[in-house]
Design a protein around this ligand. Structure first.
Ligand code: NCD
Length: 308
């Protein structure tokens, strides 16, 4: 995978994903062994949009591998504020760094950046489009907590229109056997048509749509909650009307399976009541931790570093 570029989850084959999950688990079991293997390597994190987990987990991953990190979390502190194009910024950063992770509010920006990059490039989220490293995080979490990536009924709830983590996860899971999706959202925030046509219908995937979480919760093996993506709305009043339509609380969990796994890419706003946090089915903070390990594995593979 040396020198590879990751824009969309399908840029990785299922075998490559399996290898990344395996390596992440080896790192979890023996972190010390990997703590110096990126000693002379530099990661650049270019964040044109806010982030806590993605940026920190990338940076923590590189630092825990013994590497170094440069970058910005606020584009106005770089030449972006002077009007520099993405392509010029990337070509410049390639002079200094060995691998780049970039988040940008515009869909498609990751393609432009990846084309300009002469080093490994990772899309850390491009607008409402894709977020492949969150998906790798989700896959490691599901694989470790469920013991499988097939034969699952997955409920995705919340903002399925603008949520890039949702689009990426659907795309990635569509390659495994016997996956059923249940999409739970207000009508205005349903999964976009291009995902339905190009991913779900093309691969003959089973899916249902619902506007009522309680009605479907008993069927689910995984419930993936998401925040309504305020920053992608054109109109504040629509956001206010839709933002609290789905709030998961203990009452709603009553009919859920005992071994349901509740995931959320975070940040949470209101959509999961904090009373759920102590329920053994709540796995979103474990998921955030897995995010660092899968990024450690990804950095090693993309830099072509083998540890035996
Ligand atoms: C997500 C994102 O940025 O798309 N956060 C994350 O990376 N863990 C989800 C969100 O912001 O709602």
């Amino acid at each position: 995978m040396k020198g590879k570029k990751l824009i969309d989850p399908s840029d990785l084959t299922t075998t490559e994903i399996e290898d990344l999950i395996k390596l992440a688990n080896q790192i979890i079991q023996n972190e010390e062994k990997y703590s110096k293997c990126c000693e002379n390597k530099l990661l650049a994190t270019l964040f044109y949009e806010p982030s806590t987990r993605t940026r920190f987990s990338f940076e923590a991953a590189m630092l825990r591998l013994g590497g170094k990190v440069i970058g910005f979390s606020e584009p106005n502190s770089s030449s972006v504020a002077k009007g520099e194009s993405i392509s010029d910024t990337i070509q410049t950063v390639c002079c200094y760094a060995d691998i780049i992770a970039m988040r940008h509010p515009k869909e498609g920006s990751a393609y432009v950046a990846a084309n300009a990059s002469t080093v490994s490039f990772i899309n850390a989220g491009d607008g409402g489009h894709f977020h492949p490293t969150q998906t790798l995080t989700d896959l490691l979490t599901i694989s470790n907590l469920k013991g499988r990536l097939d034969n699952l009924v997955i409920g995705l709830c919340g903002d399925l229109k603008f949520g890039r983590t949702v689009h990426s996860l659907i795309k990635a899971m569509s390659r495994y056997q016997n996956i059923t999706f249940i999409f739970i959202s207000p009508e205005e925030l349903q999964v976009p048509d291009y995902i339905k046509k190009e991913v779900l219908e093309k691969n003959k995937l089973k899916y249902d749509e619902s506007t009522n979480l309680e009605e479907v919760i008993s069927k689910l093996d995984i419930l993936y909650m998401t925040r309504v993506q305020k920053e992608r709305f054109f109109n504040e009043s629509d956001y206010i009307r839709l933002k609290d339509m789905f709030i998961l609380d203990l009452e709603k969990l009553k009919n859920a399976k005992k071994d349901l796994t509740i995931l959320h890419p975070l940040p949470r706003v209101n959509e999961i009541s904090t009373e759920i946090d102590d329920d053994p089915r709540a796995a979103y903070f474990k998921q955030a931790k897995f995010g660092m390990y899968i990024r450690m594995a990804l950095i090693l593979k993309f830099l072509g570093i083998e540890v035996d």
